[in-house]
Design a protein around this ligand. Sequence first.
Ligand code: BTN
Length: 188
Amino acid sequence: MTNNQKIKVITFSAMMTTFIIVLGFFPAIPLGFIPVPIVLQNMGVMMSGGLLGPKYGTISVGLFLLLAFIGLPILTGGNGGAASFMGPTGGYLIAWLFTPLLIGLLLRRIQALHLNSWWWELIVVVVAGIIFVDVAGALWLSWQSHLPLFTALSSNLVFIPGDFIKAVLSVMITRRLRRSLGFDDMFI
Ligand code: BTN
């Protein structure tokens, strides 16, 4: 990677962290039956791996989570601090850290297998950005809130339609941006 490319990537990593913070300004939609709301920030997390690859995607989400952990009110609804990571949504937040890594690595894998289509990319985002995050979140929720595992898992189904729309948008946006920024050759 040339110096210019490095500066571009670091700039876009910082912009991705900012974008995830901005998504947090959209109000959460609370659900009465579990203490986990519908949010938009997970769309930024889905986008980071597809746009910046496993390394810089993880750095951008990791920086966001670090700032939230040390107390900046940048989680949806102005939340932040270590308590948020120990609360009912802690499992989702921890899973977010690994999402860009998984998406970035799986995208490289499908590229190596010459399966670089829109549909395969959507499957990758669905697996790593929805199924992985929602299952990890439900496992933590079950343990933290003393909910039966089946209840925690099945109540997470409510997130699937919205998360699927976020995944479709994420693939549409990142494929375009990647191409126009010349990130295709660098990361994927
Ligand atoms: C937080 O702000 O503390 C984290 C909220 C996590 C919400 C999860 S992310 C996956 C699923 N989809 C949503 O829209 N909400 C949950």
